[in-house]
Design a protein around this ligand. Structure first.
Ligand code: ZN
Ligand code: ZN
Length: 423
């Protein structure tokens, strides 16, 4: 164990520079493929039978959710193909030339949803497929000519959905998205609605290719407008979103569709002001606050212990960090926020899940990874899911990943390890 006195580490930069890591066996040719079929999808991956089934089950459930939310638009016929590639290179080889989408894509004429899993967590792959699956749903059942902000906003909205093995929660507010949006509103750098609504698919893609920050903001802005329409003022605007989609489906053109949805006196500036006020009033959802806390604990453990495998008790790490009189420290999170021994309240908060009703000092448990022996931090206070924070080896050392998993779909090995840690 090492003391870290006045140690200043800028994690954000270190994490941002981590390069893609390909498992060695992924290069082998002639790998097996696995298929899982559901009423609406045929899923094929080169990853594992278990992952293929997980993708299939999630996709079928999200499909039900799209249909439930847009009940007026009917049901798609036939099955769609979903392909997930372990390597990005194989993904690019299998999607048609000219198809756009760095991590995932919906290929209209092939009825194909595709994504790759290279350097991405299973959860990230599923969220990409939720996003692309929504595009497929809109294309097939609503319109082939849906305004891009609306299409991308809906896709992002569904990409944030949480399936807990029984149903979906939609509308949770992620910390990072909210941070990006609030600062864009404060600095006046978001796109005025008039400009956003006029962007076509080519402009959107062009933007995404040339300016990563602007692209991230565009997606989040589109997400937040959908969020506003569905959730603001206790859902009072939701019928407008339905009318808008109906009018888009009727192919009346966007300006007319907006008039049909919002009334002839639609004032875009007033709409924009109401949206900005709404976004500024939002707070991150408890699930995301928990995830942020867990990520910070893992970063702290990585710095506190010479070898992270020494991290076996959350309570012990907490005690060591909280007696900060002689060991002062500070870290900076990927999002830029500082955490330091000078603010013991803030440190104590990291260790408590907002969904933990028990009033414990420590909400999480450490499980030893059955595969590599590294510690996994787990939160079991979320209905239907577990949240895991773990280390991944990369060229530059360890990086922290946070991922949620449906409790009923946990691997038997992990379930046993978690059971042992909870006893
Ligand atoms: Zn999209
Ligand atoms: Zn939690």
């Amino acid at each position: 164990m090492r003391r870290f006195v006045f140690r200043r580490v800028i994690f954000g930069i270190a994490l941002a520079l981590v390069a893609a890591v390909v498992p060695a066996e992924a290069g082998a040719r002639g790998q097996s493929e696995f298929t899982y079929t559901t009423p609406h999808y045929i899923v094929t991956t080169d990853i594992s039978p278990r992952f293929t089934e997980i993708v299939g089950r999630h996709m079928e459930e999200i499909y039900k959710e799209y249909s439930r939310r847009f009940a007026d638009f009917g049901q798609a016929e036939g099955r769609f193909r979903v392909r997930v590639f372990r390597r990005e290179q194989d993904y690019w080889q299998h999607i048609p030339a000219g198809a756009r989408g760095a991590t995932g894509v919906f290929v209209e004429r092939e009825r194909l949803l595709a994504a790759h899993a290279q350097d991405r967590t299973g959860e990230e792959v599923l969220r990409t497929l939720y996003h692309e699956g929504l595009h497929q749903f809109v294309y097939q059942l609503v319109s082939r000519d849906c305004p891009v902000w609306l299409n991308e906003g809906l896709a992002e909205y569904f990409a944030e959905a949480t399936w807990d093995g029984r149903g979906f929660s939609l509308g949770l507010v992620p910390t990072t998205r909210l941070r990006v949006l609030k600062s864009a509103i404060e600095e006046g750098t978001y796109l005025p609605f008039r400009e956003l609504f006029e962007m076509d698919g080519d402009m959107w893609i062009q933007n995404a290719r040339t300016d990563a920050l602007a692209a991230r903001l565009n997606y989040s802005q589109a997400w937040s407008i959908i969020h506003f329409l569905i959730h603001a003022d206790e859902g009072a605007h939701a019928p407008r979103l339905n009318r808008l989609l109906r009018a888009i489906a009727d192919d009346v053109g966007q300006d007319e569709a907006l008039r049909q949805a919002f009334g002839p006196d639609l004032n875009l500036q007033a709409f924009e002001r109401a949206w900005a006020g709404y976004v500024m009033s939002l707070e991150p959802s408890p699930k995301f606050r928990c995830r942020e806390g867990m990520e910070a604990i893992m970063l702290l453990a990585m710095n506190y212990y010479e070898d992270v495998r020494e991290f076996r008790s959350v309570a012990r790490l907490r005690r060591a960090l909280m007696q900060g009189r002689r060991t002062r420290w500070e870290i900076r999170r990927p999002g830029g926020e500082r955490i330091s021994s000078r603010d013991p309240e803030q440190v104590a908060r990291l260790f408590r899940c907002p969904l933990d009703g028990g009033g414990h000092e420590v909400s999480h448990v450490v499980v030893s990874d059955p595969g590599n022996g590294l510690p996994i931090l787990v939160c079991t206070h979320h209905p239907g899911i577990v949240v895991k924070a773990y280390y991944e080896r990369s060229r530059d050392g360890l990086r922290v990943r946070v991922e949620e998993e449906v409790r009923d779909l946990m691997s038997p090995e992990f379930r046993n390890a978690l059971g042992a840690a909870m006893r």
